[in-house]
Design a protein around this ligand. Structure first.
Ligand SMILES: *[C@@H]1O[C@H](CO)[C@@H](O)[C@H](O)[C@H]1NC(C)=O
Ligand SMILES: *[C@@H]1O[C@H](CO)[C@@H](O)[C@H](O)[C@H]1NC(C)=O
Ligand SMILES: *[C@@H]1O[C@H](CO)[C@@H](O)[C@H](O)[C@H]1NC(C)=O
Ligand SMILES: *[C@@H]1O[C@H](CO)[C@@H](O)[C@H](O)[C@H]1NC(C)=O
Ligand SMILES: *[C@@H]1O[C@H](CO)[C@@H](O)[C@H](O)[C@H]1NC(C)=O
Ligand SMILES: *[C@@H]1O[C@H](CO)[C@@H](O)[C@H](O)[C@H]1NC(C)=O
Ligand SMILES: *[C@@H]1O[C@H](CO)[C@@H](O)[C@H](O)[C@H]1NC(C)=O
Length: 628
């Protein structure tokens, strides 16, 4: 198997390699990391020695602190300034995250002495990628790989611990795949086929006639979002300079004929774009599909519902902007031959390292995938999160959905620790728990919007549907970032000890924002239907941020980039506070939705003026404000 060299700058280290620092004598191995095998996984026995792994070795970044500082500095709005918008160039970021020479030398030496001669680097050389069989990886990391099977049938080749020579501990942050069981499932909650519009008993339609005309609870359309959030009359000025993208993993791919049918009905002028948006395939990811799903594909499972949802929402909201669809290969297979699972590599890091290597990246990226934070080893979550910081430093806004399980699941049986003790706890989700992304929760209804929640039971199609509550929580891995200091401690203290011990008061709390997330109009397998989830909220919010960027760029201002420092200091004024909704989860009533920021809907949903006379004043005011 060969590494896809379009992804990484390749390099072959030969015997002639010159080391800047003297070679250390070998040191004995000691355990670098152990991580509990998450609940629901069982060990089926040793992995085959010839199973291939794509090992990603994260080297210590030399000047990350400096990069972090840039992210929090006030924006520089003079376009002639070398740090316009406070965004760093590709070269600047590369310089800040590259490892020290000594780190590179020591790691090269270790790989060479273990017979690894072919390796590839990320652009900053802060990651080394090697393809290696299990037998060799076991020697390299003094470990044993096993096949682990999830109770849903899927399998991964992983280990519970790995080691490094003692002198390398301070130079290598993480190596994966080893202990990470993260699978980042799409955060979409259900799919409902229907024959006729549906209104649940007791639902009161909006009294505002403009909204009542376009917004129905089931199903919600592009026109409703545009009206509700005030973007309906906005004419984009710099589409092409301004761009947006979304991520697909796990074999998900947008199905162009479905996207076309959706747009033809709900945003007709955008329909041709269903066949024109750009599909970028990374590391063997599948291309957007030109033809309808075959019978077998549709029967398979959820294939491409998430990707269709992202494509339909973003194309519908941002036409005529160019849209990029990133598909990254590498996914836990479903029901593989147990001894030879196919590509079980980690795609999330592959994607971010690919994007970091590109000079021209869309300014907004939407990603609707996540998993329980406790399935991801801390060292790995930390490094993936730092890669996201690098995107932010370059002026790219990365938005992720907050999850569909509220505080971690419906009842207390799912809300247990992973440490073998099964202690009751709230279960935060990664990547929304990463402080360098903007996490988006979900709302439902219109007047007012409330936090999205649906108890399990019969849906509009008379089929049973599962529990759904907008994802909410506090990280156990990441400390509260300084931008949250003004709101989170006050929220926690107002709880007066509620849920004490079930969450980390000092952790990064999410979400930051929210948008509609129940019963989106949707097309799949040639049929209209509806779909729900923070998966829907994320591309919707991403689209609106992208429209704000259009306005900013057209006024000669930099795009918003990493949103959170701006959002928590002044941007929040451009959002409508959400005050209600049910957040019952983990067998509790959930965190209360309150006035001001709360960890269910963040600062709320967008409130853009729908006047063409609007201008964005980036440094001091909310999203769109009237100036004339
Ligand atoms: C930026 O530089 C350009 C070209 O040198 C100049 O025309 C323009 O006036 C400058 N803008 C500002 C805000 O200084
Ligand atoms: C009704 O909603 C529209 C769209 O949000 C808004 O522009 C208008 O002011 C609202 N009308 C009233 C009477 O609140
Ligand atoms: C879809 O069509 C485009 C344009 O004709 C072509 O470039 C692309 O390879 C096709 N994709 C697939 C997956 O067949
Ligand atoms: C997909 O569409 C085909 C053709 O209409 C239909 O026969 C099939 O049952 C659908 N599959 C699913 C899973 O809905
Ligand atoms: C924790 O739960 C798992 C699976 O639900 C069970 O196998 C295990 O015995 C439990 N451990 C303890 C200490 O209760
Ligand atoms: C929230 O939902 C739960 C589960 O359906 C229900 O028992 C509870 O009464 C609801 N709470 C509120 C305030 O609506
Ligand atoms: C669901 O069941 C109710 C009661 O049996 C019936 O009135 C309704 O038409 C059904 N809805 C659908 C979509 O089948």
């Amino acid at each position: 198997m060969k590494l896809d060299l379009t992804i990484f700058l390749s390099a072959v280290i030969g015997a002639q390699a010159v080391f800047a620092t003297p070679i250390r004598s070998r040191t004995p191995y000691s355990v670098k990391e152990t991580h509990n095998v998450p609940r629901k996984w069982k060990n089926l026995g040793r992995a085959a020695g010839d199973h291939m792994l794509h090992l990603q070795i994260g080297l210590k970044q030399d000047k990350f602190d400096e990069l972090d500082r840039h992210l929090y500095e006030a924006p520089v709005s003079d376009p002639n300034h070398s740090r316009y918008g406070n965004h760093l160039s590709f070269e600047d970021v590369t310089e800040l995250v590259k490892p020290a020479e000594e780190t590179l030398d020591l790691v090269h030496e270790w790989l060479l002495t273990n017979g690894v001669r072919e390796l590839a680097y990320s652009p900053a050389k802060d990651w080394i990628n090697i393809y290696i069989d299990v037998e060799s990886a076991e020697k390299l990391l003094d470990t044993e790989y096993s096949v682990f099977q999830h109770e849903d049938g899927s399998a991964l080749v992983r280990t519970s611990h790995w080691s490094l020579p003692a002198h390398l501990h301070e130079h290598i942050d993480t190596v994966q795949p080893t202990t990470s069981f993260m699978r980042s499932a799409p955060q979409k909650s259900d799919y409902i086929q229907f024959d006729q519009p549906y209104t649940p008993p007791g639902y009161k339609p909006p009294t505002n006639e403009t909204i009542a005309k376009v917004c129905r609870l089931f199903t919600v359309t592009i026109e409703c979002f545009q009206t509700l959030y005030g973007t309906i009359d906005y004419q984009q000025k710099v589409p092409g300079i301004n761009k947006i993208a979304f991520n697909n993993y796990l074999g998900q791919r947008p199905i162009r004929p479905d996207v076309f049918s959706f747009l033809q009905k709900y945003r007709p002028e955008a329909a041709p774009n269903a066949y024109a948006f750009k599909s970028i395939e990374i590391d063997g990811g599948p291309a957007a599909q030109n033809t309808s799903l075959t019978f077998e594909q549709a029967a398979g499972d959820d294939i491409s519902k998430e990707a269709n949802l992202d494509a339909q929402t973003i194309l519908g909201m941002t036409y005529p902007q160019p849209v990029y669809s990133y598909s990254t290969g590498g996914s836990p297979p479903f029901l593989p031959d147990i001894n030879t699972p196919t590509n079980t590599n980690e795609p999330y890091l592959t994607w971010v390292n690919y994007v970091m290597g590109q000079k021209d990246v869309p300014q907004v990226i939407s990603s609707s995938y996540g998993d329980d934070e406790q399935t991801v080893p801390k060292s790995y979550a930390d490094r993936v999160c730092k890669q996201y910081a690098q995107l932010g430093a370059r002026g790219i806004s990365l938005l992720v959905s907050s999850g569909d399980g509220g505080l971690g699941g419906e009842d207390s049986s799912g809300c247990l620790t992973n440490d073998g003790k099964n202690t009751t706890t709230f279960i935060p989700s990664f990547p929304p728990s990463c402080p360098y992304v903007t996490a988006v929760g979900a709302t439902q209804e219109f007047e007012p919007e409330v936090a999205a929640f649906r108890a399990p039971g019969l849906g509009p199609d008379n089929k049973t549907h599962g529990f759904y509550a907008s994802g909410s929580g506090f990280s156990n891995y990441f400390d509260r970032p300084s931008y949250q200091d003004a709101v989170v401690p006050a929220y926690v203290s107002a709880l007066g000890g509620l849920y004490e011990g079930l969450y980390n008061k000092n952790g990064r709390s999410y979400p930051d924002l929210a948008a509609q997330g129940l019963y989106f109009a949707f097309w799949w397998n040639g049929t209209e239907s509806s779909i729900s989830g923070t998966s829907a909220s994320c591309p919707l919010m991403s689209s609106i941020i992208s429209l704000v960027n259009d306005e900013l760029i057209s006024c000669g201002k930099p795009p918003l980039g990493f949103l959170n420092p701006w959002l928590y200091s002044k941007g929040y004024k451009g959002f409508t506070d959400i005050l209600g909704g049910n957040t019952s989860s983990c067998g509790t009533a959930g965190f209360p939705v309150t006035k001001g920021w709360d960890p269910i809907t963040g600062f709320g949903t967008p409130s853009c003026s729908n006047s063409q006379k609007t201008r964005v004043i980036y440094n001091s005011d909310p999203l769109f404000i009237e100036t004339e």
